[in-house]
Design a binder for this molecule. Structure first.
Ligand code: SAM
Length: 340
């Protein structure tokens, strides 16, 4: 845009900029222009500008790009109080954005979707997340804005996973857990990743290379198909075996492994006695469970109490992964099988 300018030698640039700003004469909607050894300042008006410091002239200036909003809600109309009622958080999985909408905001879904699509860099589609359902924990999603399906690649802990949010479970909120467990693997271990979903534990452990072997098991054929696609892309077929199988059937005839992950937080407890038998002596079991908040302090010891059958079990540590509902939490427990 063409505008009135004060053009000064570069050596005076900073002093002039300060003077113009203090006098309210510097236009903030246009970018200051650097020429070889001179600087051109866009002026609100030439009146009162320190013409003695340079030359009053005209220049073509670039417009200053509007500052990106810090909150997607600023892209929507409404008062501050109305915006406060909109969902604050959302999840990003690859190029997909998921948002949970309370009942009273369902009608505003499409405009919330459009705002998120504009706000999240690289977003392709936005969906209303209706939670995971059934044994296979498939997600129900309703498109709010954008286009395409729910398959994507999600980068997490330096690996890129094949994900299809409608067909197989995946949550980006477990990234730290995946990394934490992978970091605990010792050289030469065999790892069983039970209820592996699309395999975030397995792929990270396999890619790291310390484990001798990883066996990933899930009853959902779509989850196993996605995991196999990731394994193939990384050329990890020699280290990671992905099996479509029921967890009980799998542990029935397998030799014990040094490390076992069981991430089936609502009903894993019913498989725990058989899964525990698949843990080698001195091995570790990483168990996840959704627990009523009031019980969480005692829960890990109570879980160990269910593990009868010869070997001594103990709690190495437990921690909160994240709150699950207003009255329950997702806990991670590391349980150790004794040497005897
Ligand atoms: C919470 S999700 C898995 C999460 C995955 N470990 C992760 O970190 O992303 C639970 C998975 O258990 C699988 N599942 C449920 N019951 C099963 C069973 N009896 N045997 C094998 N897999 C089962 C579901 O298909 C689902 O993929």
């Amino acid at each position: 845009m063409r505008a009135r300018a004060l053009v000064v030698p570069r050596s005076n640039g900073e002093a002039v900029r300060r003077r113009l700003r203090e006098a309210g004469l510097l236009r903030s909607d246009l970018e200051i222009l650097a020429e070889d050894d001179r600087i051109a300042f866009p002026l609100v008006t030439a009146e009162g500008a320190p013409g003695e410091m340079g030359e009053i002239s005209e220049r073509e200036f670039r417009e200053v790009a509007p500052a990106a909003p810090e909150d997607y809600r600023d892209l929507l109309p409404g008062t501050a109080m109305e915006k406060e009622r909109l969902p604050r958080s959302f999840d990003v999985v690859g190029d997909i954005v998921l948002v949970r909408l309370p009942e009273d905001l369902v009608e505003r879904g499409p405009e919330i979707g459009e705002a998120l699509l504009r706000f999240v860099p690289g977003a392709r589609i936005v969906g209303a997340d209706h939670g995971v359902h059934g044994r296979e924990r498939r997600r129900r999603i309703e498109r709010l804005a954008g286009s395409g399906g729910w398959r994507t690649r999600h980068r997490e802990n330096h690996v890129e996973l094949e994900v299809d949010l409608e067909r197989a479970y995946f949550s980006p909120r477990l990234a730290r857990e995946h990394a934490r467990v992978a970091a605990e693997v010792r050289p030469g271990e065999t790892v069983y990743d039970l209820c592996c979903g699309v395999g975030p534990f397995s792929v990270l452990i396999g890619a790291d290379g310390r484990a001798r072997r990883v066996v990933a098991v899930d009853a959902n054929p779509d989850a196993i198909g996605l995991l196999r696609a990731t394994v193939e892309r990384y050329g990890l077929g020699g280290r990671i075996e992905a099996l479509e199988m029921d967890v009980v059937q799998f542990v029935a005839d397998r030799p014990p492994a040094e490390r076992v992950v069981l991430n089936l937080p609502h009903e894993g407890i019913k498989y725990l006695p058989s899964v525990a038998r698949a843990v080698a002596r001195s091995g570790r079991l990483h168990f996840y469970e959704v627990v009523p908040r009031a019980e969480r302090e005692q829960r890990a010891e109570a879980v160990v109490g269910t593990l009868v059958g010869g070997a001594a079990w103990s709690v190495v540590e437990w921690h909160l992964v994240h709150p699950y509902s207003p009255s329950s939490d997702l806990l991670a427990m590391t349980l150790a099988r004794g040497p005897e």
